[in-house]
Design a protein around this ligand. Structure first.
Ligand code: NAD
Length: 289
């Protein structure tokens, strides 16, 4: 039996990300005890049935009692109010972390509530699926995936290193990153692709000359592969775009410029430009495993 990295872990929000943390903890005894809380009674009941938490609590305050690690795993917009609610009940010396897809806003909204003597170490596991809720989690979600760690100034090195050790035991690799850079990187590799996937489905649905039946019936690999992530949770993605405004607007601008350039090349019949563009991007894509 392996030694737990934290004795008591509290998971606030019991969806894909928290469920996967719990299952991965169980796989390798990463936590001594896992307590969980979600706002919806339905999620709490489902979690009790699934059995990935040792205790499912009916309040966040009850869940964090005595916890050595508190994980905020709710939509980004809900993190600040949740941090305010639990702050007076945190054990001195414990670590609070989050798994939010955006870091600057989460830090601005959570850090002011963290009491003296408690350490806040923001993190973001770069792993997910289009599924949500307690039954979406699985133990191998983080295997060989990156978890970005975004330490806030003044956090003791030992607390950051301990959270990294936790993620390593869940199967992930870690890298430290500054918050604004994190938000820009994630806008490129995750947020904009989700936005484009949502618009692909929206456009297909808006076309009066192509019926929904035809879209479903003739959906070729391109549309299916490309739009898989458009089935993701709307609350989570609404919060991501509202809280990572600057980076997503900047990246959307770049994306639009490229699309216009390709549109002009198609209109003017500039095959050379299209071929050169696709050759360059194919080489880049083939380098991504
Ligand atoms: P999810 O929808 O599967 O689960 C969210 C859970 O939070 C649900 O149990 C819900 O009941 C609960 N919840 C919502 N508001 C709450 C509140 N105010 N108080 C308490 N509980 C509340 O979502 P998820 O995919 O697990 O995402 C959780 C976090 O992880 C988000 O911040 C998201 O940005 C981040 N994240 C998601 C992915 C992904 O691909 N899904 C990847 C990396 C990080």
């Amino acid at each position: 039996m392996s030694t737990p990295v934290y004795e008591k872990v509290a998971l606030l929000g019991l969806g894909l990300i928290a469920g996967s943390i719990a299952w991965a903890c169980r796989r390798d005894d990463v936590a001594g005890e896992i307590r969980g809380y979600a706002r919806s009674a339905e999620s709490r009941d489902k979690t009790r049935k699934l059995g990935f938490c040792d205790v499912v609590c009916d309040s966040a305050v009850e869940a964090v009692q005595d916890a050595d690690l508190v994980v905020l795993a709710v939509p980004v917009g809900a993190m600040g109010p949740l941090a305010r609610e639990i702050a007076p009940h945190l054990k001195p010396g414990c670590t609070v972390t989050d798994v939010g897809s955006v870091k600057r806003t989460v830090i601005e909204e959570v850090a002011p509530h963290i009491p003296e003597g408690v350490h806040f170490v923001p993190a973001h596991p770069m792993a997910g699926t289009e599924h949500s809720g307690p039954d979406a989690g699985f133990a191998s979600l983080y295997d060989n995936r990156w978890c970005l760690i975004v330490p806030t100034p003044g956090t003791p090195e030992a607390d950051v290193a301990r959270l990294e050790a936790f993620w390593h035991r869940l199967g992930a690799n870690t890298e430290r990153m500054e918050a604004d850079h994190h938000d820009l990187v994630c806008a490129v590799v995750s947020h904009i692709p989700h936005l484009i996937a949502y618009t692909m489905v929206g456009v297909a649905d808006d076309l009066s000359k192509v019926s929904e039946k035809e879209v479903i019936k003739f959906s070729a690999a391109g549309f299916r592969d490309f739009t898989r992530i458009a089935a993701s949770d709307p609350t989570m993605w609404r919060d991501v775009f509202l809280t990572n405004k600057e980076a997503t607007i900047e990246m959307l601008g770049r994306f639009t410029e490229e699309l216009f350039a390709l549109q002009r090349a198609i209109r003017t019949g500039d095959g050379e430009q299209l071929h050169a563009y696709f050759t360059r991007t194919r080489a880049i894509r083939r380098g991504i495993l």
